[in-house]
Design a protein around this ligand. Structure first.
Ligand code: ACO
Length: 315
């Protein structure tokens, strides 16, 4: 069974309320119908018209007031909060924040930054999590890499320049996503670099090495190793030469890139040249909110909503 089928199956078990703040966007509206018909979630389409409806006035006022309380220390005025709360993206985030929806999916129209910023400001990190990051679930056309062809990449979406501690947090959160969402019983995390086990010395390599040590402290028992080159992480023959005895090298199923440039370029190469099908989820938020690519298909929206519903169930 494909990853998408597994996720859709899990989503059907408990129907979650997922808000779609781009409710007047045609692909989103079409996806909502499929989601409802297939029992994957209870989609709530938010549009400027639904927000402005007279029957919604009390809710809008409640969200504006809650938003003001949340952000007044950051300089948000009551007037500014009222204006923001009427914006579908902020309105949707307030629905999730106030418990009127379980999760949110957006990004068919908005850029990643415009979706991430309100999520970071309003939903914030989950208890015990220091950082929001992302996992890209990559399903390869061949089953002989990763976990039967499934690889989890991070961070390809959120953190431009993570330091060693942030990179360690990304590694641990990604292993958890691999376990919970992808059903990987044994995440094997490779901390990627242009060096394998001391083959090169540079401050960038030292950062990856330090992150590996910090991650070991954060998650004792997690199979993690670094620094490893991409081929040493995935190819047994290369691992045998360059990283003998590593519990991860040659059989990694989770790949942590050293920064956002490497991660974002890496997932796009895997998708475009390697033929992987893929989609992303955010991790570390107090409630699940997920971003779409502006080039997304109806099916991409359906799948991301199903994954969001599963993140609620598994939270
Ligand atoms: N985890 C938790 N909180 C965070 C994080 C994080 N990773 N990053 C920022 N924050 C918090 C800040 O502490 C701040 O909180 P506060 O306002 O309460 O003090 C708030 O979020 C806003 O942070 P800023 O740094 O002011 O916001 P910024 O404008 O820098 O935006 C953002 C943050 C949107 C995540 C930015 O780093 C960004 O644009 N990242 C890249 C997004 C992107 O373009 N990705 C590539 C394309 S996606 C694709 O190809 C699939």
């Amino acid at each position: 069974m494909s990853l998408v089928d597994t996720i859709r199956g899990k989503a059907r078990k408990t129907v979650r309320r997922i808000v779609l703040p781009e409710g007047d966007e045609p692909r989103t509206a079409a996806a909502a119908k499929i989601i409802r018909d297939e029992g994957l979630a209870d989609p709530v389409l938010v549009t400027p018209e639904t927000i402005a409806a007279p029957s919604n006035a009390a809710t809008l006022k409640r969200y504006a007031s809650a938003l003001y309380e949340l952000r007044k220390a950051k300089g948000l005025t009551e007037e500014g909060a009222a204006k923001l709360a009427a914006d579908p993206m902020y309105y949707g985030m307030m629905m999730v924040k106030c418990g009127d929806a379980d999760g949110l999916v957006s990004g068919a129209v908005h850029s990643t930054g415009d979706m991430l910023r309100p999520a970071l400001q309003i939903i914030r990190t989950a208890p015990g999590m220091k950082l929001v990051s992302s996992s890209f679930l990559m399903e390869m056309p061949c089953a002989d890499v990763g976990e039967n062809g499934l690889l989890v990449y991070a961070d390809c979406v959120v953190n431009p320049c993570p330091d060693a501690e942030e990179l360690a947090n990304i590694a641990v959160a990604t292993a958890e996503t691999a376990r919970r969402l992808c059903g990987m019983d044994e995440p094997r995390v490779a901390m990627l670099s242009f060096s394998t086990k001391g083959s090169a010395e540079h401050a960038l390599v030292a950062k990856v090495r330090k992150a590996t040590e910090i991650a070991r402290g954060l998650a004792p028992g997690l199979l993690i190793d670094g620094e490893l080159q991409f081929d040493a992480a995935l190819v047994p023959e290369v691992a045998a030469l360059k990283a003998k005895g590593s519990p991860v090298a040659g059989r990694a199923n989770v790949l942590v890139f050293p920064d956002l440039q490497a991660g974002n370029i890496g997932y796009k190469i895997t998708q475009r040249l390697g033929g992987a099908s893929c989609f992303a989820v955010l991790q570390g938020l107090a409630k699940p909110c997920n971003d779409l690519s502006r080039g997304c298909s109806v099916d991409d929206i359906v799948n991301t909503v199903a994954a969001t519903a599963v993140q609620v169930r598994e939270a």
